[in-house]
Write a protein that binds this ligand. Structure first.
Ligand SMILES: [Zn+2]
Ligand SMILES: [Zn+2]
Length: 131
């Protein structure tokens, strides 16, 4: 069981099994939503993820929502409406993020120029059917 939670501890998450993939997303929406230079997400099958506490949703577009803790503001997940069977959990909230290295980049065209992270990894959309 993989566990994680927000800064305040109000929202906890448990995921059964390994992430399907771990992706660095460089798009401007993820950057703003999380407030960092790159957003790293672990993809899970939604039915293998259990939330404890109140996950607050924000509709960040007509195609997606983002989950966060209303107490402390931690960004916890992203969900793409056309693919509700997947949930993308922000890797930084895991209790052991070191165990899940990223394997891919997404939206590299939006990457901050000076940022260097996992330059050897391939680009692949997290939203493709294999993602
Ligand atoms: Zn919190
Ligand atoms: Zn993104």
């Amino acid at each position: 069981m993989i566990t994680g939670g927000c800064l305040s501890g109000s929202v906890r998450v448990e995921a059964a099994g390994e992430p399907r993939r771990v992706t660095h997303c460089h798009c401007g929406m993820c950057r703003r939503a999380i407030g960092t230079t790159v957003a790293t997400f672990a993809t899970f099958e939604s039915d293998k993820v259990t939330w404890h506490g109140e996950l607050t949703r924000y509709a960040s577009s007509d195609r997606a929502w983002r989950g966060f803790c209303a107490t402390c503001g931690s960004s916890l997940c992203f969900s793409f409406n056309p693919r509700p069977e997947r949930i993308y959990i922000t890797l930084g909230v895991f209790d052991d993020p070191d165990a899940f290295p990223a394997g891919f980049h997404d939206c590299l065209e939006s990457k901050i120029g000076w940022l260097q992270v996992d330059e050897h990894l391939p680009e692949a959309s997290a939203f493709k059917p294999t993602g």
